[in-house]
Design a protein around this ligand. Structure first.
Ligand code: PLP
Length: 374
């Protein structure tokens, strides 16, 4: 049997990794500024993380949500502390798409409404509801196409008002659009959106799956605007590579037995991975490090003539290039041994490195970037 080829793959097999360093099957070493789609938050094979998971699997790896799993409560407490969302509820799942799927379904249950407003260029995942609010017809199968999703333009409140009605359960927005080109909603726009949702009785769902969990220098990007979301979706960096997703839910939204559910979500091993991740983030002040290192990186990149536009915040970085971004990325990977990401549709290199990155690693990237863009 062969694999189902849905990804364009580099001819590289990673065999081991430590911190930001990847080693391939031929012993070649790479600097990882992509973190496998922004997943590695505290560094590859971080020792406390490895120890915690190893100890946990030796006790129990999995039991389902038919019993109390105290780790879930411990994780909720820690998330409350680090995120500042003090009274919210936590529901654990296994991926980003699943987090958004549950967020949208919950909004519909709570409001008893059936429509949702999403934004052009948004990416929210590939399961049915998540892909329906993703502005990419190519990844929507006929079964996903629906008139329940209304489209608006980022940073244009009038375009949201134009489609808002009393059947809109929620507005869903990425804290920063990742796949769409590292596009940032302004603070004013987020505040206007919050106000509009409140006036209309719709929920505000912020998808922080890629830009959240400390990446931008605040725990969630939307916190720069001071707004509070009703539901926040998370995944990627939450467990440093172990598949965990989650939503945080406004306490005014009551839970009813059976309205949401999962077999694997919140299992012992997943919680151990997420707890180790958040503990290391807190102990090593990685959210502050993301802010500082982001400023350092932006400072170093400014002035490079190959850059048309530099977007982002903290360690969510979009470098729109004058020349072909894929050529630059290939040179970075094959000549300089540096992994970077891409933002589809625009000529943008996306950097979403682990939050424990150092100035030395940034210097190495900037030197290589200057060299390949000369
Ligand atoms: C903003 C955003 N939302 C949702 C998802 C989907 O997450 P997953 O691939 O874990 O389902 C992604 C993945 O790239 C994402 O960037």
């Amino acid at each position: 049997m062969n694999t189902f080829e849905v990804f364009k793959l580099y001819p590289i097999a990673i065999e081991s990794a430590k911190g930001l360093e990847l080693t391939d099957s031929e012993g070649k070493k790479y600097l990882d500024l992509y973190g496998g789609h922004g997943v590695i938050s505290i560094g590859h094979s971080q020792p406390d993380y490895v120890k915690r998971i190893t100890e946990q699997i030796n006790k129990i790896g999995f039991y389902s949500n038919s019993v109390r799993i105290p780790f879930q409560e411990e994780l909720a407490q820690k998330l409350q502390k680090i995120s500042g969302y003090s009274d919210y509820k936590l529901f654990l799942v296994n991926s980003g798409a699943e987090a958004n799927e549950n967020a949208l379904k919950l909004a519909s249950f709570y409001t008893n409404r059936s429509k949702v407003i999403a934004f052009r260029k948004a990416f929210h995942g590939r399961t049915s509801l998540a892909v329906a609010v993703t502005d990419s017809p190519a990844i929507q199968a006929p079964i996903n196409k629906t008139d329940k999703v209304l489209w608006a333009e980022l940073n244009d409140i009038e375009s949201v008002k134009a489609v808002m009605d009393n059947d809109v359960a929620a507005v869903i927005i990425e804290g920063i659009q990742g796949v769409g080109g590292v596009k940032i909603p302004t603070n004013d726009f987020l505040r206007q959106l919050r106000e509009l949702c409140t006036q209309n009785g719709s929920l505000l769902i912020v998808d922080e799956i890629q830009c959240g969990y400390g990446r931008t220098g605040k725990f969630f990007y939307h916190q720069y605007s001071g707004v509070k979301a009703d539901i926040i979706s998370m995944a990627k960096g939450i467990a440093n590579g172990f598949p965990v997703g989650a939503i945080m839910i406004n306490p005014e939204i009551p839970a009813k037995f059976g309205m949401l559910g999962t077999t694997f979500g919140g299992n012992h091993l997943g919680c151990a991975a997420a707890l180790a991740t958040v503990e290391v983030m807190m102990r090593d002040n990685l959210v502050d490090n993301a802010a500082k290192m982001g400023e350092y990186l932006f400072g170093k990149l400014r002035g490079n003539k190959a850059i048309k536009d530099l977007r982002g915040k903290g360690l969510m970085v979009g470098i729109e290039t004058v020349g072909d971004a894929s050529e630059i990325r290939n040179k970075l990977l094959f000549d300089e041994h540096i992994f970077t990401g891409f933002s589809g549709g625009v000529n943008t290199i996306r950097l979403i490195p682990p939050l424990c990155i150092t100035e030395k690693e940034i210097d190495r990237f900037v030197e290589a970037f200057d060299k390949v863009t000369q």
